[in-house]
Design a protein around this ligand. Sequence first.
Ligand code: ATP
Ligand code: MN
Ligand code: MN
Length: 307
Amino acid sequence: REPSIAAGREPELPKRTVILTHPDRLYWPDEGVTKEGLADYYTDVWKYMAPFAVQRPLALLRCPDGIGGQHFFQKHAWKGLNENIVVIHDPKDKDHTPLVSIDGLDGLLGLVQAGSLELHPWGSTIADWEHPDIIIMDLDPGPGVPWERVIEAAEETRARMNQAGLEAFVKTSGGKGLHVVSPLKPSADWLVVKAFTKSIADQMAADSPARYVSTITKSKRQGKILIDYLRNQRGSTAVAPYSTRARPGAAVSMPLTWDELSPAIGPAYFTVNNAPTRLAALRSDPWEDFRSAAVPLEQPKSRRRRA
Ligand code: ATP
Ligand code: MN
Ligand code: MN
């Protein structure tokens, strides 16, 4: 069968030039999602996803034979990289290991062509490696935690971010939990940002020890939610907004508005198959104000007020 080129299925969709080989390869067999179906999904969501995906070091979960085959969690560039993928180098890496980034939809489609089923960017951009522009609080429910408790944890995390002068946004992980994400003006370095997120997680665990833990001690997690702040250190990654997950169900990590959080919408509710309908039905980007809400961590509003 001929390789296929889809040059944008609707006039307002971004241009695509990447040639997909084996477009009918099933990446999620049970859901009928093919390589081409995945490329179409990313084309649909690209205008919302782009700010979280471009110009950042990326880790990838590659599954060239689909979710039933081998999974490779990969941070480094490989031989025969698609020409739309941009190789970058961490200025602090003495070994000069080539890393992967993209600067547009074609780069992402190059990653799709290579079987990348999950995209995990850094929280800083290659314009400013040392100063994160995103904080991510990863809420990981242990066994037996009702979903309502996870929603409450997200709302409490939001309130604590707000108290510190930061805005907060929420997305499903596409797995088991929720991610509370705050925009930053890049200014504080990784150590400061990590210490800040640790203090939030530790405070939540100290105030509600029956609900929350802030350290990964498995024995303590039954019935509790891990407030995982360790996404916020240099070189750590978290799954990108709108990224698919290489798990059964073809779920995606879906940005929500706060009033959408409800027991009806579980962590893997949104999928490759239902996301485009959702986005078409929305009046606007659920995270429309994300970048304009960014402030530097050093001078959060509440601290300025108190000072
Ligand atoms: P869930 O809601 O199920 O917790 P999640 O994406 O938050 O989904 P976590 O296990 O909480 O999953 O977070 C793991 C994070 O660690 C990933 O987001 C990824 O960026 C990073 N990571 C580091 N090494 C790996 C690996 N080998 N495989 C997958 N993720 C990895
Ligand atoms: Mn998680
Ligand atoms: Mn986690």
